[in-house]
Design a protein around this ligand. Sequence first.
Ligand SMILES: *Cc1c(COP(=O)(O)O)cnc(C)c1O
Length: 365
Amino acid sequence: MPRPILSTIHTAALGHNLARVRAAAPDARVWAVVKANAYGHGIERAFEGLRGADGFALLDLDEARRMRALDWRGPILLLEGCFELRDLELCSRLGLWHTVHCDEQIDMLATHKTQLPHRVFLKMNSGMNRLGFTPARYRAAWTRLNALPQVEEISLMTHFSDADGTKGIAAQLQAFEAATHDLPGERTLSNSAAALRHGAAIGEKSDWVRPGIAVYGSSPDFPEHSATDWGLLPTMTLASKIIGVQNLVAGDTVGYGSSFTADGPLRIGVLACGYADGYPRHCTTGTPVLVGGVRCRMVGRVSMDMLTVDLTPVPEAGIGSDVTLWGQSATGVVLSIDEIARAAGTVGYELMCALALRVPVVVTD
Ligand SMILES: *Cc1c(COP(=O)(O)O)cnc(C)c1O
């Protein structure tokens, strides 16, 4: 029998979360961002739940090919554009729209032989200082692109660095608008945080929004708002079972480094999940774990294949009891991936993307 560990992808929750983002920015069309293999969910597994999107955004050309293999005929946007000349051939063949963020990509386009002119998204660096042309250089790039026979349509794009925090989007939005107000073309502005927190303002200014993390049921601005606050449902559950029980007495320690010491009699459960499954080793004593749908606390260090929980709240639990590391328990209790991420000093994105290959995955409704 395989180890009792399983990840479940929730199709209906993906659809629900997509609808939530749509409602937050009702005037915009929605790209579901499916980069990084749909944030670790698996593009093929997530597709059914995300079918209602107006398009899909990603950055790996092989992932774009996989979307077309699913028979998705609608828009696909390459968020980082092309990396080399032959990528443009694939864009022609698969009908991909692509970002243009630097002069070298315009050079490549200028030498590309194609029967089918491309739709490109010209990226502005409005303050993030990652990819894109600065506002001062944006118009020259637009003019160059506009003169190319290889280019059929130019859309305008930028990305916010602080949509989830107090700095907000105002300064970047202003820089973008000042530099583009008299340029034609559709606009795309917003990640999950901007769509949820600033949706009304964004909806009027952005023809397309680009939510990723919210679609996967994690809050983009946790802990200020939880996923529940935003009406989002978990789309990935990581579950296991208790495979061992120990009865400790005062002074007994647990696991490597003896980082936890019992101060009295304590019953602990040992679960078949560890850091080699993608559960973060930075989590320590106190991190929540559901046992039979009841919140318990982890004790001691996470091992490669196991971790340990205090069973005090669930005296009836024993070997074979169901545990939920994140997501939804069999009884419907939710443990948000955001809580586990926070306990590990990271964000839900990283945990989803780091789910280990050795964990079997099933898809449910
Ligand atoms: C990843 C990404 C997004 C989605 O961001 P979330 O925070 O996951 O919503 C949107 N736009 C671009 C350019 C991205 O790279």
